[in-house]
Design a binder for this molecule. Structure first.
Ligand SMILES: *Cc1c(COP(=O)(O)O)cnc(C)c1O
Length: 350
């Protein structure tokens, strides 16, 4: 009897905690709580969004539009769908990593069901014209999904204003716990679930919820947007100071991506005549943690698909270094980084 009572209380508390987290996510992107589905990560959210829409509609429409610079969670999902008979258009991007709205509109066909374009790129930080893309999608009656995994916490997203129908996010990209993500799907849009089982997440994602993770995600998203202006300003200043110092002190470097329209904490610079793995190794010895072409392709000998798409030659692509600034970094950290970089780069070039 006592046990039973305890269980009921815990169950109710758990339900309430999950509901509260859902409300926090909804508030952050301006949607309704019931439009949020919790998942295990950003990759799962991307899979559920894209496959979910395609499977639901494949009898009627089977063409999707995406870009060449998406995260593998989107690109490989699209490849998988191609093997299942779905037609996919991969849009080009310009030197800065921007899509062309004209090309996007031209790519829409009678059988286009979905446009999936990332809000901001994880390697070069380029931010896409999301509001304009949303407008085009709406005008043509095509659904619009955006992978906002890099954007949530760093940029203000309003799904109503931006006409976003589906949006993916992942907690560990905004200081939340690993192993939990969320997908927003506008009310009324039907999609196929990918995992069968119980009735969790309004019957769209079977399996017992990761309650601790979900609560952490809710807290993290709330905190991110509470200090948004201050945090954003700080990261932008660090980023611009770093880029300026590198360009001033190290010859033969080139900034990858868009100088202005980029994530506040992202700086991706190529150092000619240097291999980024060697650079990373030397930086690590100095206690500096950065990434090469792509964090997700460690050990991958091929140059980054993103750098290839923006037309970086393979020599420069091999020497790309991505630095991501965070909440705890200071101007002194940047000075320390640039000092070491300039020494290491000239050493490696010798
Ligand atoms: C990290 C990332 C993902 C994948 O998120 P996980 O939670 O690691 O699965 C998807 N898209 C982008 C743009 C990312 O940066």
């Amino acid at each position: 009897m006592v046990m039973l009572l305890l269980c009921t209380v815990n169950g109710r508390e758990t339900k309430r905690a999950v509901h509260l987290a859902r409300e926090k996510v909804a508030k952050a992107i301006n949607c309704k709580a019931k439009e949020i589905y919790f998942t295990s990560c950003g990759s799962e959210s991307d899979n559920l969004a894209i496959k979910g829409i395609c499977y639901k509609n494949r009898e009627k429409k089977n063409h999707i539009i995406t870009t060449k610079i998406e995260h593998p969670a989107v690109l490989h999902t699209c490849k998988s769908l191609e093997r299942q008979g779905v037609e996919v258009t991969y849009l080009n991007v310009d030197k800065k990593g921007q899509i062309s709205l004209y090309e996007l509109e031209n790519a829409i066909k009678e059988n286009t069901i979905l446009i999936s374009i990332m809000t901001a790129n994880n390697e070069i930080g380029t931010i896409q014209p999301i509001k304009e893309i949303g407008k085009i999608a709406k005008a043509h009656n095509v659904l619009f999904h955006t992978d906002s995994v890099q954007a949530i916490g760093n940029l203000k997203i309003n799904v109503e204003e931006m006409n976003i129908d589906l949006l993916s996010m992942s907690a560990h990209k905004f200081y939340g716990p690993k192993g939990v993500g969320a997908l927003y799907v506008r009310e009324g849009i039907e999609f196929e679930k990918l995992q069968d089982g119980g009735h969790q997440e309004r019957d769209k994602r079977a399996g017992t919820e990761n309650v601790a993770g979900i609560v952490g995600l809710g807290e993290a998203i709330e905190i991110s947007y509470k200090n948004y202006e201050e945090y954003n300003e700080k990261l932008k200043n660090l980023r611009d100071y770093y880029i300026e110092q590198v360009e001033k002190r190290i010859p033969n470097v080139s900034l990858n991506g868009d100088r202005i329209n980029r994530l506040p904490g992202n700086a991706n610079i190529s150092f000619e005549g240097v291999i980024s793995e060697e650079l990373l190794y030397k930086l690590d010895e100095k206690g500096i943690c950065a990434s090469g072409g792509s964090a997700c392709s460690t050990g991958n000998p091929h140059p980054s698909h993103v750098l290839m798409a923006i037309g970086t030659n393979s020599k420069m692509a091999k020497g790309a270094l991505r630095v991501t600034f965070g909440m705890e970094n200071t101007k002194e950290d940047v000075d320390y980084l640039v000092e070491n970089l300039s020494q290491i780069v000239s050493e490696l070039r010798r």
